[in-house]
Write a protein that binds this ligand. Structure first.
Ligand SMILES: [Zn+2]
Length: 436
């Protein structure tokens, strides 16, 4: 029985949120207890006649494969066959998806699909075949053939005016030149600005900004250490209560930071941080202390991010990355904000405000500036640069300052200095921004 929200109209891609809710929490063995229920929901949606013709069928089917373990791929392929029969209009995309999960056997199918498609007029060809075919061929040892196919697919997409699709093909291409091109595109001005703001908030980020696109690390507290840190008051209210939410946030910042250079995760032990803090005369409660401690650890302790999809997750859960912190949608779910930051705003009109510790900068602007509705121009500045809210819609306060004593600039025609006075824990439901 499909959940209620799927009655009229049925949008296959909207199913994903529900599916990941359905998956629930892993049990004591790290297995997702409701996996079969989630699979069943996806199966029903994919086979429901109302989803016929919707291009989201392919995306959903692609996600579905991730719900199967490697030793169950046979079942996944069988289901893909059913899906393929229910959606003959998506034969090339779904066929490529099925072929890509049949190891050496899939090579023949992939080549046959490619050949059949080449008989069609360019505008009738399904370029989604090229999302999977090049990487699959490379996996089977046919790297040159894969690279060739990716070039063909990207050229076809561009000739049809499908730039995003062309980029998606190139991102997955086994051709190193393609990869270079797609990472070069990421270096747009806005990306650089956003990155500057994101990284200016952490010493490791500042190191990364300082020079070459070198590697930098993030500290990670495994579940037991995290619980201890919360219990002993070593983690302030900007840290979520739920370890899963903490991993979600970390996965999300790892993802963002990977645009700047190589990223790795280092699991740290709070007893050792404490020893380090005593020896160097630092406060064991401060982020800066943990980061300083992190830089004393050898490279061999760092797990590089992202892990391969089928290797153990960086969070040491023993589960595969693709089923743990790397599963689709995981990092996109909102995390309750129980940290209330008290900010002092110095300038021509001094005031104090209380806001959630991860408030978006456009909302922070609205709290500080009573004329926000007038649409006047404003910006924020940190040590290493300026952030224009128009260009960084998702930037948050926590990226500018996340510890008492830190400050940043706010400019709305006049210049203000904003300092974090305090961060206190509150009920997330009662964490509304206001002037105090
Ligand atoms: Zn994980």
């Amino acid at each position: 029985m499909l959940p209620d929200i799927f009655f009229h109209p049925l949008k296959p891609t909207q199913v994903l949120d529900t599916v990941y809710d359905q998956l629930g929490e892993p049990d004591e063995f790290g297995e997702l207890t409701n996996e079969s229920a989630a699979r069943e929901t996806v199966r029903q949606v994919l086979l429901d006649p109302r989803s016929q013709g919707d291009p989201g069928v392919f995306e959903l089917a692609w996600e579905l494969v991730d719900l199967y373990d490697d030793d169950e791929l046979h079942d996944a392929v069988e289901l893909l066959t059913e899906v393929l029969n229910a959606h003959p209009d998506q034969r090339f995309a779904l066929g490529a998806l099925r072929a890509a999960h049949r190891d050496a056997e899939g090579l023949v199918e992939m080549e046959a699909l490619h050949r059949d498609m080449s008989f069609l007029l360019p505008e009738r060809r399904d370029i989604r075949l090229y999302y999977l075919a090049p990487a699959f061929l490379a996996e089977q040892g046919q790297t040159d053939r894969g690279a060739l196919l990716a070039r063909e697919g990207a050229a076809l997409a561009r000739s049809l005016g499908l730039e995003e699709e062309a980029e998606r093909i190139e991102e997955r291409s086994p051709d190193p030149e393609h990869r270079q091109q797609s990472s070069a595109r990421l270096g747009s001005a806005m990306e650089e600005l956003l990155s500057a703001v994101r990284t200016a908030a952490t010493p490791s980020g500042k190191r990364a900004l300082g020079g070459e696109r070198s590697s930098f690390r993030m500290a990670y507290l495994p579940a037991r250490e995290y619980a201890k840190g919360l219990a002993e008051g070593l983690l302030d209210a900007t840290f979520p209560l739920d370890h899963e939410d903490y991993r979600r946030e970390l996965e999300s910042s790892l993802h963002d930071s990977a645009e700047l250079g190589r990223v790795s995760v280092v699991a740290i032990d709070l007893a050792e941080v404490d020893t380090f803090a005593k020896r160097t005369g630092r406060d064991p409660k401060r982020r800066s202390t943990r980061l300083a401690y992190l830089s004393t650890l050898p490279d061999k302790d760092a797990i590089s991010w992202p892990p391969e999809r089928n290797t153990p997750c960086w969070c040491t859960s023993q589960r595969k990355y693709k089923k743990c912190c790397g599963r689709p949608g995981f990092r996109d779910q909102p995390v309750p904000d129980r940290g209330r930051a008290i900010l002092r705003v110095d300038g021509p009109q001094p005031l104090r405000v209380q806001v959630p510790s991860r408030i978006r900068l456009d909302r922070l602007h609205a709290v500080i500036d009573a004329d926000a509705g007038a649409g006047g121009h404003y910006s924020f500045s940190v040590q290493d640069g300026e952030i224009d809210a128009d260009q960084a819609p998702d930037a948050t306060l926590s990226q500018l300052a996340n510890e008492p004593g830190q400050s940043f600039g706010y400019h709305n025609g006049r210049d203000h200095r904003v300092t974090v006075e305090e961060i206190v824990p509150v009920d997330p439901a009662d964490n509304q921004p206001r002037v105090i």
